[in-house]
Structures are given as structure tokens and as C-alpha cells.
Design a protein. Structure first.
Length: 381
């Protein structure tokens, strides 16, 4: 199977050596828009392309407001702060995620709590979330969720749409609403993904996207905050522009803020990329279909398909092999052949800065870490 898999990947990504996990593709107006941006003289966050990209994202996702940021991690940090998360609060997220999710929580001075994932979505398990809240929390007289063991307030929950596959976000929001917990979606990997025809990142109070160089749409580095709440949108925009009060010449800043706005140069690339998003999705889903057909001949390997009632961007294609030993054998073989596969991330509770954090039973996440492999998933050109 190893040899045949390598041959398939080299056929899909003909002429590439090594074959990257997920490379950016520039086949549209990127150079044209960059030249326009340079000629305009507006290369910082003031410029037409920042506003244009925000408008494109709103139109595509259905979000009422979009605020462009320097990256997805900063977008999540600001979204959490705007939602009211502060020092020594707790934020529930999932153990199976990229470290940026938990780092954003730490950047607010808050403390992550890690729950398990579901096997059918890779995202946060609503059942494990509800079990944790019922066992370890109570509602205060003010309607806030208190962790009865740590005596800290749980202010927010951050479910992640892993590898572009939508989580059970509707169920998670219903559970959190009953406990007075705000939901901020980490949709960094899922631009172009929908659950029941609604785009990821638009279910919760706020959501965030990433435009990192390895995402389906890239600005080189960038992110976006999504929300339908005008007041939150205005506050997020204010905070990400150093909280400067508008004035023709005076520099007065009315609160703690950040220089987190996306620049016009990066946004110009993003605008061109968004024009080709439908094509990117079509080609990536075709790659996923090829992988799925290939692995149907090998019952010892499970290809992860989009959850029921979902449309996934298949950001990173994922397979599960028999065990960790088999995982490492396949990773080693593919790398020797110039195929840059990778394992699923090391789980958050295993990292030194999060080793003290409270967790639920993590059987699913541990099993997926041991058996999961991401395959090359770039848009073929």
C-alpha cells in the first residue's frame, strides 16, 4: 500500500519534489492587485484592499461584520477579550487542536480547560462538554458558570473546526447557552466549510479565520474576526488599531489596544485569492475523492470524510492507520520518498505550558493522535 500511495500522490502533484503538505497557489490577480497597492502608496492598514477583503468575507460567509487582523491567533485573542474573557478566567477548548488556539487563551491571561473530541467530526464532543459542565460546574446567582474545583469563572468556549471539518457547533452552543458561556469558534482552518448550509465561524458570538500561508486562502499571514454583533465588531476594530480615538492629528488612546490590523499589501493578495475560492474548493474536494477511492481498497486504513450534513473544504486530508507504530512507519516511508506527510498535533495537555490544565477523559483525542496522518492537500495546478 505504501508504494501505491506514493505513486498516487506524485500523480496528483506531478512535477513537485518534495511534495508539500499544503502549498499556496497564486493563479489569479495577486500580482495585479499587489502592483495597484504599491502604486497607491497605501501599504499599511489604510487602503482599499483591507476593506474589500472584509466585504468579500462577509458576502461569502454570511457574517454581518468582518475585521481583518495580522493573523488568526491575534484574531482569537481579541475575540476572547471583546467577549469579556480576562485574567484568571477559564476558557473551555479541545485537546485536539493546533497550539495557537490555547496560546490565544493564555494571551488573555486566562486558563484553558481541555475536553475530548468526537470521532465523527474531530471537533469538540458535545457529550463530553456537557458531562464536564454537569460534574464540575454550577451557575452563580449572577448567571455565570463557576468551576467548583478551581473556583474560577468559565467565560467562554472555543470549539475548533479541525482540518476544515465542521464540529457539532449547534449542539455546543445550546449547551453553553444553558451555562451562560459565550462561544467563540476557531474556524481558522475551515474557510469554505458549512454545516447545514451555514458557514463555520458564524454560529457563535464570534468566530475567527486564518489566512496563513498554508490555508486554502492566504494573505501570507493574516486572520479575520467574524460576528453579527455591531458593538463587538466596532470594539474589535478599535482594539486592533491601538485603541486610537479618531482625530485629525491628536494621538489619544482610550484603552489597552494592539497593532493587530491586517496591512493593505497582504489584503491585496487575499482579495485575489478569494476570487478563486470556489475553484480551490472544487479541486481540493476532487483530491479528497481520489484519496477516499484509493483507501476503499485498504480496509486497514480509514479515510476521514466530511461529517453528515456538512460541506468541508478538506483543508488537510486525514487517514487513520492501525496504531502509532504503523503511523510512524508510514510517515518515515513517505518522507523518504519526498512526500511531506505529518502526524496530528501533539495534544495540548502534553505540552509543558498546559500540563497543569484541567481535562476531561481524552480517549478519543489520544487515539486520534496515535493513529492520524495528514496527507498532501494542496490545490493541484
Amino acid at each position: 500500500m505504501y508504494k501505491e500511495l506514493v505513486e498516487l500522490i506524485k500523480t496528483i502533484y506531478r512535477g513537485q519534489h518534495p511534495v508539500p503538505l499544503h502549498a499556496p497557489v497564486f493563479i489569479g490577480n495577486e500580482k495585479k492587485y499587489l502592483l495597484n497597492c504599491i502604486d497607491s502608496g497605501y501599504v499599511s492598514y489604510l487602503g482599499e484592499y483591507v476593506k474589500k477583503l472584509e466585504k468579500q468575507i462577509c458576502e461569502y460567509t454570511g457574517s454581518a461584520y468582518a475585521i481583518a487582523t495580522v493573523n488568526g491567533t491575534c484574531a482569537l485573542q481579541v475575540a476572547l477579550e471583546v467577549a469579556g474573557v480576562s485574567r484568571d478566567d477559564e476558557v473551555i477548548t479541545q485537546d485536539l487542536t493546533f497550539v495557537a488556539t490555547a496560546n490565544a487563551i493564555l494571551s488573555c491571561g486566562a486558563i484553558p480547560v481541555f475536553v475530548d473530541s468526537d470521532r465523527d467530526t474531530l471537533g469538540m464532543s458535545p457529550d463530553k462538554l456537557e458531562e464536564f459542565l454537569a460534574t464540575h460546574c454550577r451557575i452563580t446567582d449572577k448567571g455565570e458558570c463557576l468551576n467548583i474545583h478551581s473556583h474560577r469563572l468559565i467565560k467562554a468556549c472555543v470549539p475548533v473546526h479541525v482540518f476544515g471539518h465542521p464540529a457539532h457547533i449547534d449542539k455546543i452552543i445550546d449547551i453553553c447557552r444553558a451555562y451562560g458561556i459565550k462561544v467563540i469558534e476557531d474556524a481558522a482552518e475551515s474557510l469554505g466549510s458549512f454545516r447545514n448550509h451555514q458557514h463555520t465561524g458564524t454560529y457563535g458570538l464570534m468566530g475567527v479565520l486564518s489566512f496563513n500561508g498554508n490555508k486554502i486562502v492566504t494573505t501570507g499571514g493574516g486572520g479575520m474576526i467574524l460576528t453579527n454583533d455591531e458593538a463587538l465588531a466596532n470594539l474589535a476594530r478599535h482594539i486592533t488599531t491601538t485603541a486610537k480615538v479618531p482625530h485629525p492629528w491628536d494621538f489619544f488612546h482610550d484603552r489597552h489596544g494592539y497593532n493587530y490590523r491586517l496591512n493593505n499589501v497582504s489584503a491585496a493578495i487575499g482579495c485575489a485569492q478569494m476570487e478563486n475560492l470556489p475553484l480551490f474548493l472544487e479541486r481540493k474536494r476532487a483530491v479528497a475523492a481520489q484519496y477516499q477511492q484509493f483507501f476503499s481498497r485498504y480496509p486497514e486504513v480509514s479515510f476521514f470524510s466530511e461529517p453528515e450534513n456538512c460541506y468541508s473544504n478538506y483543508w488537510l486530508n486525514l487517514i487513520f492507520v492501525k496504531n502509532r507504530e504503523e503511523r510512524d512507519k508510514l510517515l518515515s516511508y513517505t518522507h523518504e520518498q519526498g512526500i511531506l506527510t505529518r502526524p496530528v498535533w501533539t495534544l495540548m495537555h502534553k505540552l509543558p505550558m498546559f500540563s497543569h490544565c484541567q481535562t476531561t477523559n481524552l480517549d478519543n483525542a489520544i487515539d486520534m493522535e496515535n493513529r492520524g496522518i495528514n496527507l498532501p492537500s494542496s490545490v493541484p495546478v
